[in-house]
Design a protein around this ligand. Structure first.
Ligand SMILES: [Fe+2]
Ligand SMILES: [Fe+2]
Length: 195
């Protein structure tokens, strides 16, 4: 990191505290803790992982117009063409936070930006940092869904399997309750199981 890590982290956390609800702020800190543990276990750059973690939900409480604008900035800059017409805030807030990180905090590291951008859906090509944020968000200590024990076990053994597990269960969960499934999530899942 070229910029001073501690200062950057502190600035981002201050922003997060001012822009998300208190529960989400605490969630952010827990994701960071979990991500540090995984980074140490799998040999990822801890500072990069921490910056991605503190940034990942920074835009989650944005009003939807602002969130969409930020999300589109990121996609345009990266030359990524995906259909956002049915993408809800669950999809958009990660992309938006990646834009925030780039424009406001000067984060240029693609591994960090992509980890933040795709922390809900995952992505076709995921770096170690990307997988760690994807999983840390899923298994942080206060997460309490049916298969969280299995997810934590997998995370300790095999990050790729844990990644597919989250993709699979997220889609299954949405389908079970007859909720809309964002098409890109299905494509990404298909890509991963065909590897
Ligand atoms: Fe999120
Ligand atoms: Fe999160």
């Amino acid at each position: 990191m070229s910029l001073n890590f501690e200062t950057l982290r502190k600035n981002i956390l201050k922003y997060v505290k001012e822009h998300v609800n208190p529960g989400r702020y605490q969630h952010t800190l827990r994701v960071e803790e979990t991500a540090i543990r995984l980074a140490n276990q799998y040999g990822a750059d801890v500072e990069s992982v921490r910056l991605a973690a503190v940034l990942h939900d920074a835009c989650k409480d944005f009003e939807s117009k602002k969130m969409t604008k930020f999300a589109k900035n990121f996609l345009k800059r990266e030359g990524i063409e995906i259909d956002l017409s049915n993408a809800g805030t669950a999809i958009l807030h990660g992309l938006a936070a990646a834009d925030l990180g780039y424009r406001i905090y000067g984060i240029k590291d693609k591994d960090i930006l992509y980890a933040v951008a795709f922390h809900t859906t995952g992505w076709y090509k995921m770096s170690l940092i990307g997988k760690i944020i994807f999983i840390a968000d899923y298994i942080e200590p206060e997460r309490n869904f049916n298969k969280v024990k299995k997810a934590r076990k997998l995370a300790n053994k095999d990050l790729d399997r844990a990644t597919v597990f989250k993709m699979k269960n997220s889609i299954r969960h949405l389908a079970k309750d007859e909720n809309y499934i964002y098409i890109e999530s299905v494509k990404i899942y298909n890509h991963w199981i065909s590897k």
